[in-house]
Design a protein around this ligand. Sequence first.
Ligand SMILES: Cc1ncc(COP(=O)(O)O)c(C=O)c1O
Length: 406
Amino acid sequence: MSASSRPMQPETAQVHHPYAAPAGFDAQLPAVHKASSVFFPSVEALRRTEWIDGSGYTYGLHGTPTTLTLQARLATLEGANHVLLAPSGLAAITLVDIALLARGDELLLPDNVYGPSRSFATHELQAWGIAHRIYDPMDPASLEAALTPATKLVWLEAPGSVTLEFPDLRGLVRRVRERAPQALIALDNTWGAGLAFDAFDLGEGLAVDLTVHALTKYPSGGADVLMGSVACRDEALYRRLALAHARLGLGVGLNDVEAVLRGLPSMRLRYEAQDAAARRIAQWAQGRPEFVRVLSPTLPGSPGHEHWAALCRSAAGLLTLELDPRFDRAAVDAFVDGLRFFRIAWSWGGPVSLAVPYEARAMRSLATPYRGTLVRLCIGLESVDDLIADLAASADAALKIDDLKV
Ligand SMILES: Cc1ncc(COP(=O)(O)O)c(C=O)c1O
């Protein structure tokens, strides 16, 4: 009996079963394709198949139909042509730094940059001979003064994720284009999420070169996934990033990709609901004497409101309360600890509202206008009335404004 006609043993049949389900199944969510190994029909096909242009499959790390589907949807969301997936938003940020910077290059970061991005520059990049300079995101002249012939990458964030100042993105991009044409511009687009404004079309012919998006936040929407993406339009830039991504071995779990694909259809509804809720809470908080300032780009008087108004259609559901500086740390902690629906946790974009206190001065290198402790609120999907009642009750109990010494 030849090997090909010999019946399979039961365990072999469970590995090489001849049944294949009929093609043509169609449903609301795309199928989930999971693999490390991907089969090739021949050695010749193994040698010729290419992954980098999305034309074929070579290995799970370099794409399955499920990751390509998510990448295509994210490209549409952000107005990009190419998207890469990373295991977290932070991994997407560090991928960009590693891919685009070499010894002797300089990197520019806004003073309100996402903290771990600054830490990566201070520790790893510095040790690799890549210097960074900090600029004031609200002052384009400060960015301009920090640009040198060695500047190869400029990070933007709109707004800063704790203090929520919205910079003049067009003004910043224009300065870099005019003064440092050798530099690439990267935007952390997590707050805008591809919904609030178009990073690849800022108007007046201006655009960033690439965006990073912590899919952990709004695209997932469930606070149960960590993932990030890098998006760009330019083919050569994509290839640079994609080759570094492949060499670093950055893979994402296919169940997590599926979770983000499930989140995307409802993302705009969630984003807009959380935006509306945050605006109502911000209005309410402005009337409370315990808070000397309410920071949200949607509020007139909040830093950069005019830049937000000129560029954006909507806003993420975040706001930050600046407490009267006469409240000591114990009072602020008691206010946050006393909240019932707001849980104490990092991140945003999930169903549960979150609160975290921050000392702004400790997070900055340049001068900061914030004197009191900041409490950042991320608004979830609860009733806004319940959230306002929660904040009011905890403020009444913990922040005794009448007892403060003048
Ligand atoms: C603005 C911003 N960018 C990036 C990240 C990093 O995302 P991840 O938590 O997925 O690493 C965060 C996370 O809080 C963030 O707030």
